[in-house]
Design a protein around this ligand. Structure first.
Ligand code: AMP
Ligand code: ZN
Length: 499
């Protein structure tokens, strides 16, 4: 993996951000409209604290490699996060890792390894896949197993307030006590059978009293348990997210999100138990991402139709191509995954790459082109208008490709000065703070040197240190310094040195 460290790119990006604050944010005054599952309508997004947005996203259950359906949801959340930052907000995003639940315990027991050893493996793979897809890191990734104390405290409050009851060592939430139960998902009240209990974390059909705390059962849980004031056992999945979101974002926060399959029961249960405990509104804005489909069905492990990021990389597609494909559909429409879609994504990326290459290599004109500035302002306005409309990415991308076509035409006819070309490039980089798809590294590092870095990574994997060192020296002679990190080598360009 190649990552650019420091240097010109970042500096120019910062420069763009500063100038664009004046042009785009200050000038536009455009408001962000987002669909809210709670209430089922598009609303103006207004954060609790001016200028800052708190987001909780239900993260992966680390019991296996994530599939690209999971990553569709994480990508949409990345787009939201990046766009909020584009609008000038400071973002605090918290994404939990579910490292204790029915599935993780089952997996660890099947392999005969400890729960942590088992979940660490998939947590590490998850972070690697995030990097491959250029998904920005959240501010916090709390793990359920290190927040048991918070969960126990929350369950105790629910017991004290009479919203929860104990049976056979487990603690259940009594949904009949929470009058707004079903408001998020619209699950019919008549289907609610109070005191009909469910042990499993995942269930679909009917609302039932769900487990906040599960009594230890040697057969199911083996050595996974905590000795606590509410008994020996482990938390239910739903309480994990309530406890961790309160801990990091407070009792009421701005945005909570996940895939649409989490609306019921997971998010419905999170609302019930949190609001029952705090007496306050839990979340202002609920955002749910539609499914990634494959051959007409939801991609899911239980249907056996999954593809991981690794599967697609091994077919020769890049992480950037997968990112582009997952990015293109609006988050509230289903996205059908096909190989043809990957090919189309490659073609679109090539158009972007060719355009950037042209900006770099075209001979600048002596005088400025009077139309360039207007085009730049126009694409930024159209992009923001589209994204403000519930993250309308198809229209936003259409604006970008129109800009490329029109700007190419301007350069063909009248040429563009050095300053014009820089303005166009800055606009593309500014838009890419949201899209995250431009190949800026490849542009700056010639293909033969990139190949050498990859060859060295291969040599390191083979433990062929002599070859790896030889390549490092060759690269240094070409002015490229390598730094090895646990995620792979990063590089930066210096002045050529003799070795
Ligand atoms: P899990 O690791 O199963 O807890 O899921 C992580 C996230 O992926 C959740 O937000 C799910 O709603 C989401 N998800 C699961 N399957 C799909 C799919 N086929 N398309 C989009 N999102 C999905
Ligand atoms: Zn959750």
């Amino acid at each position: 993996m190649l990552r650019r460290k420091g240097g010109k790119l970042l500096t120019s990006l910062c420069g763009v951000e500063v100038s664009c604050i004046v042009v785009v944010k200050g000038g536009s005054g455009m408001v962000l409209m987002l669909y809210n599952t709670l209430g089922r309508r598009v609303e103006e997004f207004v954060p609790i604290d001016e200028g800052h947005v708190g987001i909780y996203t239900c993260g992966p259950t680390v019991y296996d490699y994530g599939h690209i359906g999971n990553f569709r949801t994480f990508m949409a959340q990345d787009l939201l996060r990046r766009y909020l930052k584009f609008k000038g907000y400071r973002v605090t995003q918290v994404m939990n890792l579910t490292d204790v639940d029915d599935k993780t315990i089952r997996g660890a027991r099947r392999e005969g390894v400890g729960l942590q050893e088992y979940t660490d493996r998939y947590a590490e793979a998850f972070f690697k896949d995030l990097d491959t897809l250029r998904i920005e890191r959240a501010e916090q990734y709390p793990r359920a197993t290190t927040h048991i104390g918070e969960m126990v405290r929350l369950v105790k409050v629910l017991l004290e307030k009479g919203y929860a009851y104990q049976r056979g060592g487990s603690v259940y939430f009594d949904i009949s006590k929470f009058k707004d139960y079903g408001e998020l998902s619209g699950i019919k009240a008549k289907k609610i059978q109070s005191q009909a209990r469910v042990e499993a974390d995942e269930y679909k059909e009917e609302a039932r009293d769900f487990a906040l705390w599960k009594a230890w059962d040697e057969e199911d849980d083996g050595d996974v348990f905590w000795e606590t004031e509410i008994g020996k056992g482990r938390p239910g999945w739903h309480i994990e997210c309530s406890a961790m979101s309160i801990r990091y974002l407070g009792e009421t926060f701005d945005i909570h999100s996940g895939g649409i399959d989490l609306i019921f029961p997971h998010h419905e249960n999170e609302i019930a138990q949190t609001e029952a405990a705090t007496g306050k509104k839990f979340v202002n804005h609920w955002i749910h991402v539609e499914h990634l489909m494959i051959e007409g069905q939801k991609m899911s492990k239980s249907l056996g139709n999954i593809l991981t990021v690794r599967d697609i990389l091994s077919k020769g597609y890049s992480g950037r191509t997968i990112r582009y494909l997952l990015l293109t559909a609006h988050y509230r429409t289903q996205l059908n995954f096909t190989e043809a879609g990957l090919k189309q994504a490659e073609a679109s990326l090539k158009r972007l790459d060719d355009f950037l290459h042209r900006l770099k290599t075209v001979e600048p004109a002596a005088s400025s082109n009077p139309d360039v500035h207007g085009r730049c302002a126009e694409v930024l306005r159209r992009f923001e208008e589209a994204m403000d409309n519930d993250l309308g990415i198809p229209e936003a991308l259409a604006a970008v490709f129109d800009f490329i076509r029109e700007t190419n035409r301007l350069i063909d006819s009248m040429g563009a000065s050095e300053k014009d070309l820089q303005e166009i490039r800055d606009v593309m980089l500014r838009l890419d703070t949201v899209l995250g798809v431009l190949e800026t590294e490849a542009e700056e590092l010639p293909e033969d040197l990139r190949r050498l870095i990859e060859e060295r990574e291969e040599a390191r994997k083979r433990r062929d240190w002599a070859r790896a060192d030889k390549i490092r020296a060759e690269l240094l002679a070409q002015g490229v310094v390598l730094e090895d990190t646990p995620e792979g080598a990063t590089w930066k360009i210096i002045k050529k040195q003799s070795v």
